[in-house]
Design a protein around this ligand. Structure first.
Ligand code: NAD
Ligand code: 0WE
Length: 266
């Protein structure tokens, strides 16, 4: 029997079968969880429906992370189908493309910064607000979001997304403190770079994957399957003592201070 048998999991952030959220959904499905999914707009609906069908679910709801009404409606609808919720997954990140290149000082706009923080950061808190009542009385409920090293260290071009991720990680700690007394755990996975839709079109992404693989203690990139397995653990009863955690699934990259002779092991 899988270690998530009986868990009801809501997953926001599937855009394709390369999405980190798809890796999470697959791992949780394998471990026996029941899944529900969201899509951001009509254009994405059929893609998400396809994934839901593949993973044995027919619960597919609209959730636009930029709209309180949409988030509220989504969890209201979820509550009509499910009488409770064990796990909420937030795998959403967005900044206008022009914000993610060159000089952060020259290129960041008030509007771009606001969008990045609204969609990537505030939305986790907003979703928590409406997921929380559904988690009342459940065993070991938890929430999980996805971050990146740019939250704590400068990375070329990640720019205002790094500021949004720093705020997201702080949010995880404040939300864990707030919801802990009600038994709700709040955690975060900081994943290494993975070629997903959100990574496509980022200038020099291929090069970043190569530098990463040459530097990380494991000397390779990480996969959505590996992130999915860590997520399944963190959201299962196996992790009942873990909250406010930022868990790195990055082959150890974040711990390397310096290398001699990058990429070769001589
Ligand atoms: P992805 O493009 O597959 O997923 C991003 C998701 O955000 C999409 O499903 C998209 O629909 C959703 N989204 C964007 N705007 C939205 C809105 N207004 N309302 C609802 N949903 C919206 O890419 P991914 O890499 O799987 O990204 C998932 C998360 O993982 C993001 O938070 C990202 O920052 C984080 N992350 C990605 C990497 C990487 O290298 N790919 C590394 C670390 C962390
Ligand atoms: O969090 C992310 C993805 C962030 C992202 C990507 C896009 C591309 C398309 C947010 N918004 C948009 N908006 C778009 O229009 N990652 C961790 C992946 C990523 O993105 C980078 C990276 C890495 C790694 C951007 C610059 C530098 C490194």
């Amino acid at each position: 029997m899988g270690f998530m048998t009986g868990k009801r999991v809501f997953i926001a952030g599937i855009a394709s079968n390369r999405s980190i959220a798809y890796g999470i959904a697959k791992a949780m499905h394998r471990e026996g969880a029941e899944l529900a999914f969201s899509y951001p707009n009509e254009r994405m609906k059929s893609r998400v429906e396809k994934v839901a069908t593949e993973l044995g679910s027919d619960i597919v709801l609209e959730l636009d992370a930029g709209s309180d009404d949409s988030i509220k409606q989504c969890f209201a609808d979820l509550g009509k189908t499910w009488d409770g919720l064990d796990v909420m997954i937030h795998s959403i990140g967005f900044a206008p493309k022009e914000e993610l290149e060159g000089s952060i000082v020259d290129n960041t706009t008030r509007e771009g910064s606001s969008i990045a923080h609204d969609i990537s950061t505030y939305s986790f808190l907003a979703m928590a607000k409406y997921a929380k009542p559904l988690m009342k009385g459940r065993e070991n409920p938890s929430m999980l979001t996805l971050s990146y090293l740019g939250a704590v260290a400068s990375i070329p071009n990640y720019n205002v997304m790094g500021m949004a991720k720093a705020s997201l990680e702080a949010g995880v700690r404040f939300m864990a403190a707030d919801l802990g007394p009600e038994g709700i755990r709040v955690n975060c996975i900081s994943a290494g770079p993975i070629r997903t839709l959100a990574a496509m079109g980022i200038k020099g992404f291929r090069g970043m994957l190569d530098v990463f693989a040459g530097t990380a203690p494991l000397r390779r990139n990480v996969t959505i399957e590996e992130v999915g397995n860590a997520a399944a653990f963190l959201c299962s009863d196996l992790a009942s003592g873990i909250t406010a955690e930022i868990m790195y699934v990055d082959g150890g990259f974040n711990t390397v201070g310096m290398m001699l002779d990058s990429g070769s092991d001589s």
